[in-house]
Write a protein that binds this ligand. Sequence first.
Ligand code: AMP
Ligand code: MG
Length: 269
Amino acid sequence: MKLERAFRIKPGKKVKLGHYDPGETFGYEKSSKMHATLQKDIARLDELQYVLYAENRRALLVVLQAVDTAGKDGTIRHVMAGMNPQSCKVASFKAPSAEEAEHDFLWRIHRAVPGRGEVGIFNRSYYEDVLVVRVHNLVPQAVWSKRYDQINSFERFLTQNHVRIVKLFLHISKEEQKRRLEKRLDDPTRQWKLSPADFRERQYWDDYQRAYEDALTRCNTEEAPWYIIPANKKWFRNLAVCQILVHALEEMKMNFPKPTIDLSQIKLK
Ligand code: AMP
Ligand code: MG
């Protein structure tokens, strides 16, 4: 199965989220076979990450965006489980601290960008600055509306500086979010995850969908593409994310560096 193409949005396409089924599985069903496929993909991801690290020339940046409960944390836990923590780092972006708020919105982001040889995962990102910030008018429209171009420039800059960017939007339905919130309310092992914001933000569901549509439309380039992942089914979401990352790393055509020593001269006694 090749899922990568199915989820990549063509640059220039105007995104209407209503046209994307969050429950889509392309006819596949949850099964032990699917589980085996995922395990194989996770193992492949680990191999590729090892070459990225050895090569030490480029970085992979994975931007994860979604509404609350859509599975950002779960994706990180499942898909990245196979990666070597030594060269994989996760950065989570919350409301800016007092110091961060004193700077431009990309200041805190830039320093969290993965270095050569690393995989970096952004759990939320600079896209919040055209999402939550726009939905709640945290800055005037005149300010946030310029950020789409600023983001495109920033992403182009990173791409030209050895950072491969993959952006994933985990797409769930409003009903699925309700189910997940109910489950969290009922389950003592999940109640800790709940925050007042989850219930508050849900009231702005439509505003968020519109804000996402604009971000997915206006900041979707050949070099830093967006993917819309059907995420109502967690097992399918994991498969899709894994395959997209495998594809991205394979496309980078990485190689192990040549040995820095003359192997023929080495004599071990
Ligand atoms: P969580 O991911 O559940 O830990 O929540 C983090 C919260 O921080 C979310 O409600 C985000 O909307 C919020 N957040 C992230 N970035 C920003 C930002 N730039 N401005 C305001 N709020 C933000
Ligand atoms: Mg949350």
